[in-house]
Each structure stands twice: as C-alpha cells, then as structure tokens.
Unconditional design. Sequence first.
Length: 388
Amino acid sequence: MRCAIWALAALGLVACGGGASSAAGGAGGGEPGGAGMTGTSGAGGAASGAGGASGAAGGSSCAPAPDLGVRYVGRVDGCNAAGARYAWPGSGFVGRFSGTGLSVKLTDSGNYHTVLIDGQLAPTLVTSGAKSYPLAADLADGEHTFEVYRRTEASFGVTLVEGFDVTGGQLLNPRPPPARRIEIVGDSISCGYGNEGTAPCTFSAETENNYLAYGSVLARSLQAESSTIAISGKGVIYNYGGSKVLPLPVVYDTTFPDDRKHPWSFESQADAVIVNLGTNDFSGTTDPTDQLFTDTYTTFLAHLRSVYPSAFILCTVGPMLSGADLDKARADIAAAVDARKTAGDERVKAYSMTTPNPAPACDYHPNLMTHAAMAAELEAELRTDLGW
C-alpha cells in the first residue's frame, strides 16, 4: 500500500486544501464546491494525501455503523456516536417493518433522497435540519419494505441517520444484500449531475439524481447493489479548470471526501468496478501528457486491485468528450490497462463507450435518457465479460 502512496506523491497528486473551480463544459461544471472538498490534514504529507491507500492497509479508525435495524448501502460508518453517517451519492439504507407508517430521524440539510416503499417510488425526501422525517403513513397494516438512497453528492454534507419510529408495529430484520455488488468510480457524470434539469440550466441539488444515473440503473438491471464513488469536477490528475488539488484517486479510499482521517475499510468486496474518469483531465486548456496520465491511471488501477483482489475492472470514459480529446483519453486509458495486463492483471479491460450525448441536460451533462442508454450499453458489456 505504501508504494501506491509514494507513486501518487511522485506524480504530484498529493495535495490538500480547496477544490477546483467549475464552469459549464467539463464533467462537473457549475457546481459550487463540487469539485473540491477541503482536506483534513493541513499541508499534508504523502501518506495522508494519498487517501485510501492508508485505509486499505489499516482499515477504518471508526466503529462500524451502528445496528439501527436496517442494512446500509454504500460507505457508511459509525464515527459519529449519534448514528450512522454517509455522504457519497447513492448511499443509504434499506429495511422492513410491520405496521402502518415509518419515520426516520436524520441530521441532514439540503440533500435529496429517493424513497421507495414496497418497491414503489414515494415522494422525494428533502432534508432541512435535524428532525424526524416521515417515509410512509396510512399504509395497510402488515409487512412493508423501505429503501432510501441519497440522490445528491458529497459536497452537500454528511447525512446522519439516528433512528426510526414505526407506527403500529416494529422494524423487522432486513433482507440480505444482493449476491452481486458493483462500484462506480467517476466524476459528475457518475454522480448524475444535472440529469433531471432542462437545458439551459446549471447545477443544483434538485436536478441531481444519482438513483437515475447510469451506474445505479445498471446495478438494478443486473440485480446488483451499487456503490458510487464520484465527485463533480474530479479527474485522474487535473480537475475541471486545471486544478491538481485532490483529484479522485487521492480521495478514493475515504469514507467521506473531506475526512481523510477515517478511511474506508473495504471489507465489502465489489464483483465489478467501472471507472469512468478522464473527462475533466482532457476538457481544459492544459491536458496531461500521455505518459503522466497513463502512469497515474496505471497506479490507480494497481491500487484498485489491491483493495479488490478479485473484481473485474472495466475502464471507460464518456459521453461528454469528443474528437481529439476523446481519442487521447481512450488511448491513454488503453495504455494503462495494457500496463496492468503486462504486470499480470488479467481482470481489467479498456472499453470504448459509444453512447452519444445528443440532448444534454444541465451544463452539457447527460440527461436521463442518455444515462439509461449508457446503462444498457454497459450492461451488455458486463454480461458478456462476466457471464451474468
């Protein structure tokens, strides 16, 4: 793990402080703060700046998420003694209860959450502080299921789950997780940035819906659980606007992007990892050299293999780049994959996604139809690669 840290430091990727500025056009344009979460380690040495490499070696320094009678989805921990906390898009919880209604006590503000009751979409939960939020009411007395997934990304702060109140009954043991697990690693495209907006529009929490982003749609089609590790504006080396502060590989191993003191443990193993990075690296006026991008991407793939020894890793980019920028990104990704194969890793593959972006939503990002098409294309590829 230390070699991964040193390699990132040598490539100039260990940094702390604020994030890249955003403007329309990149994979993260328009979101205030979305491209950069402030680090917790001050001026930062290589070990802390590399983020998750230390997490894989030592595990999380926090207690596990408390048993509140639900099953958690995504990266959730118990660092706050008051409950279970999470921030990555798509994270949440699922469970069962008997009774006629259910509410959840959250400390959360300004986030949007998808809610499903008995498999059917319920009104979106919009948080506005620490209080009890109703999830369901006036149901037929009996057994019911519930699912809550965060639509918005980590820049909107931490969600803290403190407990549940059941009307006329009690929580029941949650169902076991799906047999398959997929992780999506990316930027604003993978977050679902602006996918519910109608152009012209810029970023807002209201228009970001990770539940309908391609990775979440893909996972449901494959009957898999998904975990999305993505931040608007992030790149492999250059964030949108040319900043090299905290690119995605540096914060990858965190439970929360702005808290690198408490890395993720990786006890839950992914069966497949989809990496969709590179759009922001090649969307500005300063692109990385082929050698720098390939070497950094190769190092990141080696780290992914260290935390997921058996996972199939599919590397792609799209659908916002075009022309020479797209050709360069694809070629460099393919070169990194070839380097990993030469090193003996046979479960990694470069894939040229072809889904176009004909009718962009906010800030040129893919709309819901494009996300659905991306999911369908990647589903066909994964079914072929994995026999699912």
